[in-house]
Design a protein around this ligand. Sequence first.
Ligand code: AMP
Ligand code: ZN
Length: 113
Amino acid sequence: MSDCLFCKIIAGEIPSAKVYESENVYAFRDINPQAPTHILVVPKKHVASVAELNDSNSRLAAECLVAAAEIARKEGLENGYRIVSNCGPDAGQTVAHLHFHILGGKRLQDQMV
Ligand code: AMP
Ligand code: ZN
C-alpha cells in the first residue's frame, strides 16, 4: 500500500524507533506515547485491521502477539502491560494498517476493559 504510513515506516521511507524486527513483524515506539512504554507491533504485510483477518492471514496476527510478548519481556514489563488493537472509526483507529499497541511501565487506567 503506497499511501500507508506504517507501510512506509516498514520500508524505511519514514524514520522510526525500531525495537524489534523479524521476517514478518516490525515494532517501533509510538511517536505520541500514552504510557512510559508504548510500542506498536505491526505485520510487514499490509492488513488494514483486525476486521480483515481471516484463515489465510491469521498467522500474521499470531506472530505479532508472540513478538509482543518477547518485546514486553525485553522492555522489563514483568509487572504487566496492556495490548490494544483499535479497529475502525468507533474505536478511534487512525492508521489503517493492523497494529497492536503495547502499553506499560505504569499502573494503567482501569476504564475500558
Ligand atoms: P491508532 O489510533 O490505534 O490507529 O494508533 C495509531 C498510532 O500511531 C497512534 O498512537 C500514533 O501516535 C501512532 N503514530 C502515528 N504516526 C506515527 C509515526 N510516524 N511513528 C510512530 N507512531 C506513529
Ligand atoms: Zn500498510
